[in-house]
Design a protein around this ligand. Sequence first.
Ligand SMILES: CC(=O)SCCNC(=O)CCNC(=O)[C@H](O)C(C)(C)COP(=O)(O)OP(=O)(O)OC[C@H]1O[C@@H](n2cnc3c(N)ncnc32)[C@H](O)[C@@H]1OP(=O)(O)O
Length: 436
Amino acid sequence: MTTRQEVKTRSGDRIAIVAGLRTPFARQATAFHGVSALDMGKMVVAEMLSRYDLNPKLVDQVVYGQVIQMPKAPNIAREIVLGTGMNVHTDAYSVTRACATSFQSTVNVAESILAGTVEVGIAGGADSSSVLPITVSTKLARALVDLTKARTLGDRLKIFRRLGLRDLAPVPPAVAEYSTGISMGQTAEQMAKTHGISRADQDAMAVRSHQLAAESWKAGNLAAEVMTCHVPPYKSFISEDNNIRAEIQAEKLAKLKPVFDKRHGSVTAANSTPLTDGASALILMPESKAKALGYQPIGYIRSWGFAAIDVWEDMLMGPSYATPLALDRAGMTLADLDLIEMHEAFAAQALANMKMFESRKFAEEKLGRSDAIGEIDMAKFNVMGGSLAYGHPFAATGGRLITQMCNELKRRGGGLGLTTACAAGGLGAAMILEVE
Ligand SMILES: CC(=O)SCCNC(=O)CCNC(=O)[C@H](O)C(C)(C)COP(=O)(O)OP(=O)(O)OC[C@H]1O[C@@H](n2cnc3c(N)ncnc32)[C@H](O)[C@@H]1OP(=O)(O)O
């Protein structure tokens, strides 16, 4: 449905993003090795409450998410409330929308504020690629359940005899589609081939991403939105993202071997997001509440759109479907935007989406529209670099994009910005933000 969206409460308040904060993003098994998504979520929410002097008693709701679920703590949002000394009466529930999870948690809080059921809410997401729910094979899992029912030693031995050595091997979570078994990297390869995205263009996007991210850190533009984390057992700390390579060289990138199609592929470790650990969070309120509490919001939500497409082909094309929804709902076109932040899952995926933004054929055939979404002006695109450089702790990336967009628009004197991401399951998210 593409009806115009008026993101205002019944009393005419806009939805204010009061603050956004994140942990540094760290490559798998580095600074946050051994620290769970829940612990990173607790760090960022606790720091946000303290840094913005927000009385926990005022927080009506926490909506949070993680993509790689921790079976021991399935409702991460509630564990954050209970683990940060927040008011125990703060309602909390968890959501997942794969790589667009913190777009979803933000929208959930916004919708509750619009409905008038929540006044102050916290949204966000966290993921760890280092603390993983490594499981057992289906056969072993079944045997373990059967063992609890076995009455005699003979019954137990029979169950063990069903198992081979291979059934005993641990099973790590896969970065692949459940329904097709195709990995995200293989989808990126498919998109590169279908849409004619060259290796050179992918590598150039990676170089740009790292250079802009390194410049942003150097200029001090990320300092306010990234906290320093003291890492349990508190002998070390991390205060900056550790995947960004200031001295990235195109010649070195060109020598890397493709990972997902070793013979004919073009997707490498450098033009893919690395597996990453991190967490992000946002404080949301109606504009008048924010002002009454003395806050100067960093931005306002103008519209959003979620889209769902096929998972067999072009599965990471979500931004090209979600963006026109968000633009229509805001009553805007791409040209009205001052900045665009697109999650770079893989350079091939971002470049394929950019191509589809400008394709009239795509608009006609896939979107049922007569005009293309529009050409992306590179001077407005991922101006602080993107996920290729920062990394991508799945559920935390939306929070990074939204906060980074608001703060960068502010530095430029305000304006309108699009944040958009692809997600597993053929999902796409887009959100338009305005900053004064
Ligand atoms: C909706 C979505 O977001 S879908 C996306 C979901 N995310 C994913 O699917 C994650 C995709 N990424 C991955 O799976 C992994 O990062 C992989 C498989 C691509 C690479 O993993 P690894 O092989 O462990 O990468 P690793 O860090 O060891 O890098 C391999 C080599 O490339 C080099 N390299 C990596 N990045 C760069 C870079 N930017 N510049 C130069 N060299 C680089 C490394 O130095 C390393 O070189 P070495 O072997 O000489 O030490």
